[in-house]
Design a binder for this molecule. Structure first.
Ligand code: BGC
Length: 759
């Protein structure tokens, strides 16, 4: 026993230092177990089921789960929660199977467990990595208190197409920022030591390139050059793996002709051989079976394809369970490869401490003390306020006075059902603070009257599609005309109008792609009518994606983008509207002028015939007849109640060599009337290199607090490591030459200096 504890300690030490990616040694306990296992038992470990009851994201829900667990045909479950329920399942596995191997218990804990934080796209807009890590560690604490030990998050897919509803689930368009967020989330979920029952295994998803689905249509094809993948889309997955993420989920999409779930280049050559990943790979929900529809053969063929490609665990589809034995007999897969996959699943269980104690995560007292605590709600409130992006300031009505006479109007103004955002299956909308309540909490002396004003949409067919997981966009019994009339009465009696409008929760997320990403017409009409009252209007805009708000940006009103803010929605919105927190969020995905500009992102390549600097159309240039190339709102953009001025940008030296480092710095001054935080961003441009460079790339950011009138110098250290890219041979290299830089509060700014990297 002593030596066992010692070996666990040593392994724990190795693990905590190196994470999954580098742990090379075989685990004696796992090897001993594998020795005893039959082929069927090994295949059983590769089977992941969901008994239903949670949010099923495919048409299939597993049947006879209890019998299958007892027969040793299940390696893990998801979609079950609560220590009591999970204990029953775990006891079947431990007591009723020959070898008593415990189950992995998975879940989609995407932006908080019970304490729902803002949607991930919102969280990323905080640019605050400590805060993001904190939200992930709270999510882990709550989920593990409820019996979960394996999380299907972080989703790190780079997304440059806001038609794609799942842009809501990630950190936006940029690989540098996306990698930082990926690391923070893995660290938050997994902590220092996975056997700590407040931590869980993180799953990097969706591997890979899922965010590049053609036409923004979910599950769609991806065809992309390797150079583009390596430089622009793969870095966040790699960052998460380097941070020690224990598992990877293969994506639904096809990549250059082979679906990710059966793609050997992806799952073995890249992930294992090149990146050294040592954890296990799980499919997405029935993505293995879906390879039949992709045209890759029947269930036996696609199961063999997936196993041979390097997939270890089959989610829900039972293709492995029902065909692998036959494929071994027919020589289509080897038992050795099945052993390798089973080893990876068992190692994960070992690292979680489940062999030592299968009930480690099943402490019945924890839910009460660890879930949705006041302290967690405080973090949710803080995170939400920091995720908001002030898109437009009109006059100086913001922040609002706490004794103002406010007409609070809009279908999202007093609405609990849409505060949590997409993929919050473990949250409870009824626990969320609606905006009306939040305003009253923060400004009890304000005079607030409320009117709904409009439906989220008047389109009954669309409403029905949005209401799949419960009422999100119900059409009011009152007619649109009556709703509007009531709103105008409310508006006319107020000094200031706060209009809370935008997308319902299920207008973004999985299988929620849109070809028209404007605010629904019912609400646009409401905004136009409110403006006609002549009262100052503040739009509080909710969405799970960048929207096309070209019309609203032209209107004389202020716009605060609040995404779907989570369980503390109302309190956080009130904190910002009344100035207890000065907004500091910056966009992490470009907002287009029109859908016709998509895909649009700041780190584009130049053409040989760039658009003229004036933005005016010129024949035989790369421009549109009917629109400028520039976006409506660029990456990195976001205003504050105060103003920041940048000056004195410089590099500590004009030259940089292979072993050296330079410091690029600028002075930032708060010249406005309020204290505030600013996300200071460094962009570089590699002027000449062997593959065409992007016009600029984010290479550093820091979020700083500046008191009114205060100045600070912000430094970024740059070495050649930061200048590396994948060349045409996919070698990770830097190339000598001249680089331009600027430091600013957004991605749009002229370059202000240069340095040269020496041979
Ligand atoms: C989603 C995954 C999720 C899985 C399990 C799928 O439809 O693509 O992100 O983890 O369902 O719920």
């Amino acid at each position: 026993m002593k030596s066992r504890i010692l070996s666990i300690l040593i392994l724990g030490l190795i693990f905590s230092i190196s994470g999954f990616a580098q742990s090379q040694d075989k685990i004696p306990e796992v090897e001993a177990l594998l020795e005893k296992m039959t082929l069927e038992e090994k295949i059983g470990q590769l089977n992941l089921l969901t008994p239903g009851g949670g949010v099923a994201t495919g048409a299939v829900v597993s049947k006879n789960v209890e019998d299958k667990i007892k027969a040793g045909k299940v390696g893990g479950l998801f979609g079950v929660s609560g220590p009591e329920k999970i204990r029953i399942a775990q006891e079947y596995a431990v007591n009723d199977t020959r070898l008593g191997i415990p189950l992995l218990i998975g879940s989609d804990v995407i932006h908080g467990y019970r304490t729902t934080f803002p949607i991930p796209l919102g969280l990323s807009s905080s640019w605050d990595m400590d805060l993001i890590q904190k939200t992930a560690s709270i999510a882990a604490k709550e989920a593990t208190a409820d019996g979960i030990n394996w999380n299907f998050s972080p989703m790190v897919d780079i997304a440059r197409d806001p038609r794609w509803g799942r842009i809501a689930e990630g950190a936006g368009e940029d690989p540098f920022l996306g990698s930082a967020v990926a690391r923070a989330m893995v660290k938050g979920y997994q902590g220092e030591d996975l056997t700590n029952p407040a931590t869980m295994i993180a799953t990097v998803k969706h591997f890979a390139l899922y965010g590049a689905a053609e036409a923004g249509r979910d599950y769609n094809t991806v065809d992309m050059s390797r150079v583009k993948m390596f430089n622009e889309y793969l870095p966040p997955y790699k960052a998460a793996i380097d941070a020690g993420a224990g598992s990877v989920m293969s994506s639904f999409n096809d990549i250059n002709g082979i679906p990710a779930t059966g793609n050997k280049w992806l799952l073995t050559d890249l992930l294992r051989d090149r990146w050294g990943f040592e954890g296990f790979v799980v499919s997405d929900y029935t993505s293995l079976n879906e390879m039949i529809a992709h045209g890759m053969g029947d269930l036996q063929a696609v199961s063999a394809l997936a196993l041979n490609a390097g997939l270890d665990m089959d989610m829900v589809g039972e293709g492995f369970l029902s065909t692998l034995k036959k494929s071994v007999e027919e020589g289509k897969v080897s038992e050795e490869d099945i052993t390798v996959a089973a080893r990876r699943v068992l190692e994960a269980k070992y690292k979680l401490g489940l062999f030592e104690d299968p009930y480690l995560y099943l402490d019945e007292n924890r839910p009460e003390s660890d879930i949705l605590t006041e302290a967690h709600r405080e973090v949710a409130r803080k995170a939400a306020a920091r995720s908001f992006v002030l898109l437009k300031k009109e006059g100086s009505i913001l922040p609002l006075k706490k004794n103002a006479k406010i007409g609070l109007i809009g279908p999202l103004a007093n609405n609990k059902n849409n505060m949590l955002g997409t993929w919050a299956p473990t949250g409870d909308p009824q626990l969320s603070v609606p905006i009306l309540q939040g305003l009253k909490n923060v400004a009890p002396n304000a005079e607030i009257t409320y009117a709904k004003g409009a439906n989220i949409t008047d389109d009954a067919e669309l409403a029905e599609k949005i209401n799949v997981f419960g009422p999100r966009a119900e059409i009011d019994k009152k007619s649109p005309e009556v709703l509007l009339k009531e709103a105008l009465q409310t508006a006319n009696n107020a000094e200031i109008i706060v209009a809370v409008v935008g997308e319902a929760t299920e207008m973004s997320g999985e299988a929620a792609s849109r070809t028209d990403i404007t605010i629904p017409e019912s609400q646009k009409k409401l905004i136009r009518e409110l403006l006609k009252t002549g009262k100052p209007v503040v739009l509080v805009l909710m969405s799970g994606r960048p929207l096309v708000i070209s019309e609203e940006m032209e209107m004389p009103l202020s716009i605060l983008q609040v995404w779907h803010p989570g369980v503390e929605a109302g309190n956080a919105v009130a904190d910002v509207l009344f100035g207890d927190y000065n907004p500091s969020g910056k966009l992490t995905a470009t907002w287009p002028r029109s859908v016709g500009q998509i895909p649009i992102y700041y780190a584009e390549k130049n053409t040989g015939r760039p658009e003229p600097a004036s933005g005016e159309f010129e024949k035989f240039k790369s421009n549109y007849l009917d629109s400028p190339n520039s976006p409506l709102l660029p990456f990195g953009y976001g205003l504050s109640y105060t103003e920041f001025e940048y000056s004195d940008a410089k590099a500590s030296s004009n030259t940089l060599n292979e072993n050296g480092e330079i410091t690029i710095s600028a002075t930032v001054t708060n010249t406005g009337e309020f204290d505030g935080e600013e996300v200071v961003q460094l962009y570089l441009h590699d002027k000449v290199r062997s593959i065409t460079p992007p016009v600029k790339e984010l290479k550093g950011f820091k979020k700083i607090l500046l008191k009114k009138g205060e100045s600070k110098t912000v430094d970024f250290k740059i070495s050649v490591e930061d200048l590396k890219f994948y060349n045409a041979n996919l070698e990770y290299v830097f190339e000598p030459g001249e680089f331009e830089f600027f430091i600013a509060g957004s991605s749009v700014h002229p370059f202000t200096g240069t340095f040269t990297v020496e041979e």
